[in-house]
Design a protein. Structure first.
Length: 402
């Protein structure tokens, strides 16, 4: 915000009052006009930045029991809306986590979800990809300033705009200029759209792309960008993307239920995805898994959030250092109050920096967010196609109040 412009705007109602009331009414008219405009501005600002306005909370601090009652209320409204089936909300405050579960793991089932129920997390998995980039950068296995072209097959071509090449950091900050999906992307099955799209097709699609802006210049959310980043990391690591994430992230943090490939035991714990109340399949994507192909649980994701505040993550501290790197503000976006970390969006709101990412598949939605100070976090997972973003945002604000 420009302080000079703000200062001038505060004087406008004062001068307006002077013109309307004449010099004798300068003080009274000016102050009245200023007060009216200030009140209007405050109300407008509150409507934008107070996600708890509709809850009519009449106190600054809430007890844990009161917080749960409000979470129950939000969850009840979510499940009553449209054809939503199940919801799990995990909360974390000062190292203590709790999980609240609602609804069912499938329509028509009597079984309720819990903290160990497995959901698609979709694009929230982009933060895993970014963590692996930071981890490999810190271990000097690559640099995030390396050009993408050096990680492609021999005949691969990376689009350019001007002299600037796309580097790995551009992909991780959503500033590559790449489109969301390749122009040759076609789905043989709309209920499982990524299943039959191949790696050779993805690289062939790169040849058809004109960048929307020079790399590093402008925010443009790209699933393709993170798909390419995942491919680059696995080529350098010499293992599959899933093996890389499991070995360097999931195993050190004890995230035993966070996987792309599910064995028989894990499959039994999956919440059936639903679109419009109808059961659909879990999406499969082995071509662009870096864009978000993992499934997880509320308990695992709470462990993941907790690690962002820790200084030790297993045998050495490299993973924790990598997690810390992902949440540093690095590049602006098209929204004035939003910055990009590595994959994470960081919204400056009410003197808080809200670090978040969401995800959506055919019949699942996810939202993960946390604050560095106070140390609070939320995980919202649903087996329905109705967004949980605002619900999760509200819960984060509830946690920050007590």
């Amino acid at each position: 915000m420009n302080d000079a412009n703000t200062s001038r705007s505060r004087w406008k109602p004062f001068l307006l009052g002077a013109l309307i009331g004449g010099f004798p009414a300068l003080i009274a008219g000016g102050l009245l006009g200023a007060a009216l405009v200030w009140l209007w501005s405050f109300a407008e600002r509150e409507a934008i930045v107070n996600p708890l306005a509709d809850l009519a909370i009449d106190r600054d601090k809430l007890s844990p029991d009161e917080t749960k009652l409000y979470i129950d209320r939000l969850a009840g409204a979510y499940l009553a809306s449209k054809d939503n089936v199940g919801l799990v909300v995990g909360v974390l405050k000062n190292g203590t986590s709790k999980v609240f579960a609602y609804g069912h793991i499938a329509r028509g089932s009597d079984e309720a979800p819990d903290g160990e129920t497995i959901f698609e997390i979709a694009s929230v998995g982009k933060t895993f990809t970014a963590t692996m980039l930071a981890d490999m950068h810190l271990r000097q296995e690559l640099s995030w300033d390396d050009p993408l072209a050096g990680f492609l097959p021999q005949d691969g071509v990376v689009p350019r705009a001007g002299d600037r090449q796309i580097v790995l950091l551009d992909l991780a900050t959503q500033t590559s200029g790449l489109p969301s999906l390749p122009p040759n992307f076609k789905s043989g099955d709309p209920l499982n759209p990524y299943a039959d799209y191949s790696v050779p097709e993805m690289y062939a699609g790169l040849r058809e792309i004109t960048l929307s802006s020079p790399p590093g210049r402008k925010y443009a959310y790209s699933n393709l960008g993170f798909g390419l980043l995942g491919q680059a990391l696995e080529r350098r690591a010499g293992m599959s993307y899933e093996e890389l994430v499991v070995s360097r992230l999931c195993q050190p943090l004890g995230m035993g239920s966070t996987r792309m490939t599910l064995d028989a035991a894990l499959k039994k714990r999956v919440a059936t995805p639903h679109d419009g109340g109808k059961a659909v399949v879990v999406w499969e994507d082995t071509t662009m898994p870096g864009a978000g192909s993992f499934l997880s649980t509320a308990n695992d994701m709470l462990r993941y959030l907790q690690a962002h505040w820790q200084n030790e993550c297993g045998a050495d501290d490299t993973l924790c250092r990598a997690l810390h790197e992902t949440v540093r503000k690095r590049r602006p976006t098209d929204a004035p109050q939003r910055s990009m970390g590595l994959a994470w969006h960081i919204d400056s709101e009410n003197a808080l920096d809200i670090i978040w990412h969401n995800g959506a598949a055919g019949g699942s939605c996810s939202y993960v967010a946390f604050l560095q100070e106070p140390q609070v976090g939320v995980v919202a997972l649903s087996n329905s196609s109705d967004s949980v973003d605002f619900l999760g945002h509200q819960v984060l604000y509830l946690l920050a109040r007590h």
